[in-house]
Design a protein around this ligand. Structure first.
Ligand code: F6R
Length: 622
């Protein structure tokens, strides 16, 4: 049995969703159900294609699944046993009925995730050959190309192979051919696809969560493989031409895990799940009381040999990496740098033979992080991925992987994903420090204990204060600009606090090193500007307090997050006290406070918290 779960892609930009089914059951309710689970990825149009007798009927529209269901009632009354569906997040061409998937060309009807980069060139060629196009999408170009190849080859697999050989970019396709009744084809490169076996038929989806209402038996389609699904089974054609049937695995993820379970938003649920997520992520690696990654295939010798670390990630995962730098350097004495994945290739940091590149990604599919991983591998550097969604591209391609067992994260804004990344980074720092003799066994045990006991307890403690954070959010929610300041590790935490607030509440938020503000940005502080000041490090309290005074004297209203033992601030308007049982406790409590503050501010502003505008839950484009 496989521990963990699949959420094929989670991050930002281009997060379309695919589901397909063929079998003895009624396909349409399955497709609409699967599409509704995929909603969290963010979408602006939706559609499906269903085989009805000899024909393939297509229904699609701009807007939500409710609108599709209304259209469906009018347009398809017969039962279907084979269908594909899609949620689209516009990239090539705006959101419209016409640009929505599926797209049809001749005998081919398909849905597509990803981006065909050479669609312009292909479209010119196809137009010259007499093809016409209705939409602005790269997907319709792919459909036309496949139809041409199908005319030439008259064999679906050969046609798919020939068509995809001409495409550059990333794709996952679900395909119906008009003259291949009750058969669904699929192919992927750079975008994930999962196959599944249900009681009455076979499925494919871009994301296992879409399939959980029907089955827990799955198999991953590998890069370049083509799948042929029919009611009696699935055949997979490997890139080199060999065929095999999938080896079905079992996921223990439940459909409930991908539902709100009584919470107003997935984000709220996921914030609440953090104590459990930390324990889940650490318990397989701390059973002996010492940091132990042997179940991940990583020995103390491996940690001992690490001479320097480069952490590469995007967004919040990169913010977790910023804290990782502090932990690795301070605890283990290992020189560490952190890099935005999209920039990593343009200015590759100097690496040595003993450099370890750590890629962090909740979704395991973020294109920039994946590209950085491939770049590091080309340079023969040792790579380690910290990933939440199992069997995803980053997890599979990295030399070593450590899963974060946070469970499915549905809200676009990461919370428990980040929190578990941080806890694993902390544990790695402890493992490296212990392996290198920087700390003794007693200290390593104490560190593990603070992570396993104090960190989740500190988050629980902050969750119990959510009413207070709700009232503080009122101060923030009325304004258009908010600053987050802190020194030391609080700089990195401030980055995450600001990102959380801006992405879900649409309030402009900026994080600054508290001492840096006065070198320019302080000119933006005016009467009533909220400033969230972080002060989790005892020795930096006085300095941060002077920065609090600085901004208050310019009219700022300060919410101070500080240790329980810090002296009362003379300037801050509101104070949130953080536990001091350990450094981990203070840090994780501050994190939960920042998440709750952002969440409550967004509630007050009435935004679409789980699906903020312009964002989606996975960035599979660079
Ligand atoms: C912010 C957020 C994003 C992701 C980023 C990386 O709340 O969720 O900044 O952290 O897109 O995504 P992953 O971790 O899936 O690589």
């Amino acid at each position: 049995m496989k521990r963990g779960f699949f959420v094929a892609s989670f991050g930002y930009t281009n997060m379309c969703g695919i589901i397909g089914y063929t079998g003895m059951g009624n396909a349409l309710p399955k497709i609409t159900k699967g599409l509704s689970v995929l909603e969290y990825r963010g979408y602006d149009s939706v559609g499906l294609a269903a085989r009805i007798g000899e024909e393939i009927a297509t229904v699609k529209c701009r807007g939500r699944i409710g609108a599709l269901e209304e259209k469906l009632k009018m347009q398809i009354t017969a039962e279907s046993h084979t269908a594909i569906g899609h949620t689209r997040w516009a990239t090539h061409g705006g959101p419209s009925d016409i640009n929505a998937h599926p797209h049809r060309a001749g005998r081919v009807v398909l849905v597509h995730n990803g981006i065909i980069e050479n669609d312009g060139e292909l479209k010119r060629e196809l137009t010259a050959a007499g093809r016409t196009f209705l939409s602005e999408t790269d997907t319709e170009v792919a459909a036309a190309l496949l139809d041409v190849c199908y005319d030439e080859q008259n064999d679906p697999v050969a046609a798919i192979r020939a068509a995809t050989a001409r495409m550059r970019g990333s794709y996952a396709f679900g395909i119906l051919f008009e003259d291949r009744a009750d058969e669904v084809f699929a192919v992927r490169a750079g975008s994930p696809l999962i196959l599944a076996k249900g009681a009455d038929g076979y499925y494919l989806a871009s994301d296992m969560t879409a399939l959980l209402p029907f089955t827990s038996e799955y198999a991953c389609l590998e890069e370049g493989e083509i799948a042929h699904l029919c009611a009696s089974g699935v055949t997979v054609y490997a890139a080199e031409g060999k065929t095999h049937t999938p080896v079905w695995l079992h996921t223990d993820m439940t459909p409930e895990a991908a539902q709100k379970g009584g919470f107003a938003h997935f984000m709220q649920k996921e914030i609440e799940e953090q104590p459990h997520a930390i324990r889940q992520s650490l318990s397989p690696r701390t059973a002996s009381g010492l940091p132990d990654f042997s179940a991940d295939g990583i020995t103390p010798d491996f940690w001992r040999a690490v001479g320097s670390v480069q952490i590469v990630a995007c967004g919040s995962a990169m913010h977790a990496g910023l804290l990782g730098v502090r932990l690795f350097e301070e605890l283990a004495g290992v020189p560490t740098t952190c890099h935005v994945a999209s920039e990593y290739r343009y200015h590759p940091p100097v690496a040595r033979e003993d450099t370890l590149v750590i890629l962090i990604s909740q979704s395991g599919e973020t294109a920039d992080t994946l590209a950085a991983l491939r770049d590091a591998k080309r340079k023969k550097l040792s790579t380690l991925a910290i990933v939440n969604a199992v069997e995803t591209s980053i997890a599979r391609e990295a030399e070593r992987r450590i899963y974060t067992y946070a469970g499915p994260e549905i809200a676009v804004a990461t919370t428990k994903g980040y929190c578990t990344q941080l806890s694993v980074l902390y544990l790695i720092a402890a493992a490296m420090a212990h392996a290198k003799g920087m700390i003794g066994e007693q200290e390593a045990r104490a560190l593990v204990n603070t992570l396993v006991e104090d960190a989740p307890a500190a988050v629980e403690g902050m969750l119990a204060k959510k009413e207070m954070l709700r009232s503080l959010a009122e101060l923030v929610a009325q304004r258009e600009h908010v600053f987050f300041i802190g020194r030391g590790s609080d700089c990195a935490l401030a980055e995450e606090g600001a990102l959380k607030l801006k992405e879900i509440s649409y309030i402009h938020a900026e994080a600054y090193a508290a001492g840096e503000l006065k070198h320019g940005t302080i000119s933006l502080i005016e009467e009533g500007t909220p400033v969230v000041a972080l002060s989790t490090e005892q020795e930096l309290y006085d300095k941060t307090e002077s920065n609090v005074r600085e901004v208050c004297s310019r009219g700022a209203r300060v919410i101070l997050l500080c240790r329980e033992d810090a002296p009362v601030s003379a300037s801050a308007e509101k104070t949130v006290r953080l536990p001091i049982t350990s450094h981990a406790a203070t840090l994780f409590a501050a994190l939960a406070a920042l998440q709750l503050l952002a969440y409550e501010a967004a509630v007050l502003r009435g935004t679409d918290i789980d699906r903020p505008r312009n964002l989606a839950k996975s960035v599979t484009v660079e």
